[in-house]
Design a protein around this ligand. Structure first.
Ligand code: SF4
Length: 308
């Protein structure tokens, strides 16, 4: 499978089949905490980054041979999925093929565009991230493409909420000393009230970030912020829900074997193991959580290795 990965265990979405619509790493942002490393193609230009037909054929093939049901078909992957100008028709085709719910994990930056709102209207779940409200904090943490403005991004999410029939779960990733200031948190609370999402999920830097100065918030402060946001808010626990049978053990054994020889990046491992980089990253997260491997930054690349 070239454009699909998994099914992979997901902390929030159970067992999820990933669909990747853009080449690594094509995004409207270059977040300091990004686990995919630095953005190589920072753009807001929508286009057919990958032809839709082979993606749809792969999904059809997967569904035709599926042995165990998956909880979601999820658009996520090597960058920002709404940059693909045919995401709407692709979602439409999936809805014709199966009743498995469709989720889109997005940074929400293009929701101000009418065509993006239309394209996402048939999804069942949208998980937009929103890490900052103030211009300077937004520019520091998300490092957006030059033309993007946070006020317009927020308005796009608010407008989409009003017409969308599915669920919206907002994800906020907190980095210590960057977006956790009390005044920024207070502004975030106001905006969340305006958006009125179904869930608010708080996250921090649990995984190797693109920049080594992106540091995690301590759990107590994260919980305190969550309580301030009210009953819809939960702190994502990285140590829950990542359980899956046989294939997990098999892939992780291959990763450990490869790392015993030399430190590797996720992309190196994807190539060696013939897997999608996102699938490798999901398994690397589980191995990091279990302290079976560790990571280090070298020349802006994230290398994984076995602790000695
Ligand atoms: S929006 Fe997502 S993919 Fe893009 S830079 Fe940020 S974390 Fe990485």
């Amino acid at each position: 499978m070239r454009y699909l990965y998994g099914p992979v265990p997901s902390r929030r979405l159970g067992f999820s089949l990933g669909v990747d619509l853009v080449p690594l790493k094509t995004c409207t942002y270059e977040c300091i905490y990004c686990q995919l490393g630095r953005t190589t193609n920072k753009t807001i230009k929508r286009g057919v980054y990958i032809p839709a037909k082979p993606i749809i054929r792969e999904i059809e093939d997967f569904l035709g041979h599926m042995k165990n049901p998956v909880d979601y078909i999820t658009f996520s992957g090597s960058g920002e999925p709404t940059l693909h100008s045919q995401i709407g028709p692709i979602i439409g085709e999936i809805k014709q093929m199966t009743s498995i719910p469709v989720a889109v994990i997005t940074n929400g930056s293009l929701l101000f565009m009418d065509e993006v709102k239309k394209d996402l209207s048939e999804a069942d779940l949208l998980v937009p991230s929103l890490d900052a409200i103030s211009k300077t904090v937004y520019e520091t943490i998300n490092r957006p493409e030059d033309s993007l403005e946070i006020d317009r991004v927020i308005q796009g999410i608010v407008d989409f909420r009003e017409r969308f029939r599915g669920q919206i779960w907002i994800e906020i990733l907190y980095c210590r000393g960057v977006n956790d200031d009390p005044s920024e948190v207070a502004k975030m609370k106001e905006v969340l009230e305006k958006i009125n999402p179904d869930r608010i999920q708080l996250n921090t830097v649990y995984r190797p970030p693109a920049e080594d100065f992106a540091s995690p918030l301590d759990e107590e402060r994260l919980r305190e912020i969550g309580e301030n946001f009210g009953a819809k808010a939960t702190v994502i626990n990285p140590y829950q829900g990542d359980k899956s049978p046989g294939r997990k053990r098999e892939v992780e054994a291959h990763i450990i074997d490869a790392l015993k020889r030399r430190p590797l990046t996720a992309e190196d491992m994807a190539e060696i193991l013939g897997l999608h980089p996102q699938e490798v990253i999901k398994h690397l997260k589980l191995l990091l959580d279990g302290n079976a491997i560790r990571h280090r930054l070298h020349g802006h690349k994230i290398f994984y290795e076995i602790p000695r």
